[in-house]
Design a protein around this ligand. Structure first.
Ligand code: FES
Length: 217
């Protein structure tokens, strides 16, 4: 899809927010994904033009980070963490159940374009392992049956709440939020719970504190 004048204007708005305009490249690439559903060649060229850098430099960044997609993903993009803790607690089984339900493998979209699936790395959410994400929103403490149920409900057009954020929207809607975070949804859902605070609580109960800088050894 060709990048519209309106999207170009929003790219310039992002670039103007930083002392070094190229610092805006990451949100600009999220903006491209919010309008095109992937990082398109047109999107890369538009970022390069706005920032005064080469398309090769933009491409280098977009292929380094796995959140940027060079192929179309589904309307809902599902990630399953299979790193150590999630894997040990069932992440691989969750991935296998979703792969079977959707009939796709890693980084593949379904034929109808409704879903895509990806094995993802640690999401810094290990307190609630195993976790899956739908359009980057968390579904914590997930089981194979619960993961398939999320897909079933989304397919029926039902509302699905993430476990620590807003209701699931779409990949492209969340990508817009990653470009412009002020979407009014920051207060939705439960952001902190007892499990997340357990380490802090234990440290306080046992009078533990971090060593002063330089005294770590
Ligand atoms: S290992 Fe899955 S969130 Fe950390």
């Amino acid at each position: 899809m060709t990048i519209s004048d309106q999207t170009l204007e929003r790219m310039r708005e992002l670039a103007s927010r930083y002392p070094q305009p190229r610092s805006a490249l990451l949100p600009m690439l999220h903006l491209v994904q919010s309008v095109d559903g992937e990082v398109t060649t047109d999107g890369i060229n538009a970022c390069a033009e706005v920032l005064g850098i080469s398309p090769a430099e933009v491409t280098g960044v977009s292929t380094f980070y796995t959140m940027y997609k060079r192929k179309p993903v589904g309307e809902h993009h599902i990630g399953v963490c299979v790193n150590t803790l999630c894997g040990l607690l069932g992440g691989d089984a969750v991935y296998d159940a979703l792969s079977e339900r959707l009939g796709v493998g890693h980084n593949e979209p379904t034929a109808d374009g409704k879903f895509s699936l990806e094995r993802i790395e640690c999401q810094a959410a290990c307190t609630h392992a195993p976790v899956m994400t739908v359009d980057w929103e968390f579904i914590d403490d997930v089981t194979p049956a619960a993961a398939v149920d999320v897909v079933d409900r989304l397919e029926r057009g039902e509302q699905v709440l993430s476990t620590r954020g807003p209701a699931i929207r779409t990949f492209q809607a969340t990508e817009h939020t990653l470009a412009f975070p002020d979407d009014g949804l920051a207060g939705e859902g439960t952001s902190v719970d007892d499990k997340m605070l357990a380490g802090l609580r234990y440290a306080k109960e046992h009078n533990m504190s971090a060593p002063a800088h330089g005294q770590e050894a």
